[in-house]
Ligand binder design. Structure first.
Ligand code: 5GP
Ligand code: ZN
Length: 115
């Protein structure tokens, strides 16, 4: 997707501090962090939202969770805890239409998931 900002990060056309990279997954810090640690974990392939991932390719979500918990562990966040969030489509709060998972950590998360 030519106009997709995360595809440009995958293609190294926009810089990002890559924290994890595999054949199918990339992780980097969110440009506008909402917590002391705020990382984004994305599939390298373009899917606009989770509903667009073909059933046969859903294992990429497994890889994303694997990357998330590995990063959390590396950063010493596993015991304290962290939050993984995927916003889906506008009413779900999605603003960048390339599938991504937020890893938020470093502070006590509030009880509300819908703020
Ligand atoms: P969403 O609201 O779609 O779930 O999350 C999109 C996230 O992408 C936001 O937290 C936003 O700060 C982040 N973001 C938008 N543009 C860029 C960018 O160019 N680089 C990085 N690293 N993050 C971005
Ligand atoms: Zn994309």
């Amino acid at each position: 997707m030519d106009s997709c900002i995360f595809c440009k990060i995958v293609a190294k056309q926009i810089p990002a501090a890559v924290l994890y990279e595999s054949d199918r997954v990339l992780a980097f810090p969110d440009v506008s962090p909402q917590a002391p640690t705020h990382l984004l974990i994305i599939p390298k392939a373009h899917f606009s939202h989770v509903g667009e991932i073909p059933e046969a390719e859903l294992s990429v979500i497994q890889e994303m969770v694997g990357a998330a918990r590995r990063l959390a562990s590396e950063k010493g966040l596993s015991e304290r805890g962290y939050r993984l969030v995927m916003n889906v489509n506008p009413e779900g709060g999605q603003t960048v239409f390339h599938v991504h998972m937020h890893l938020l950590a470093g502070q006590q998360m509030g009880p509300s998931l819908v703020g």
